[in-house]
Design a protein around this ligand. Structure first.
Ligand code: FES
Length: 113
């Protein structure tokens, strides 16, 4: 019998999402994702995934993912797909990724913009 309070028998998730929750002080040399509303986006993604009944997915905030100039930065594993989330309108497409595995190509983080 599992000792895990959620009844899990092995560690891990089908998909694991990290949304940058790093904050830098005003005037810092690099921007930070919290100033773009990343924590609200993370909470919205988390609650939306729960409401949609998407199982075995973990959405959580992370520290700086080091692509600060291109955020709000988000990465989904195991695919290792990196997203830049502009606002709440991007949440639905990330949810589709979590549900079906279909990557939201238009949200991919691009370094050459
Ligand atoms: S502050 Fe978000 S990636 Fe660095």
């Amino acid at each position: 019998m599992s000792k895990d309070p959620k009844g899990r028998t092995e560690p891990g998730y089908e998909r694991h999402v990290f949304v940058c929750g790093h904050e830098r002080a005003e005037g810092a040399s690099r921007p930070s994702c919290t100033h773009r509303g990343s924590l609200n986006l993370m909470r919205l993604l988390k609650t939306s995934a729960k409401k949609a009944g998407i199982k075995n997915v973990r959405v959580q905030k992370s520290g700086c993912l080091d692509f600060c100039e291109f955020g709000t930065t988000c990465v989904v594993y195991p695919e290792g797909v990196w997203y830049s989330l502009p606002d709440e309108s991007s949440i639905e497409d990330v949810l589709t990724h979590l549900k079906t595995g279909k990557v939201a190509e238009h949200l991919r983080l691009e370094l050459n913009e």
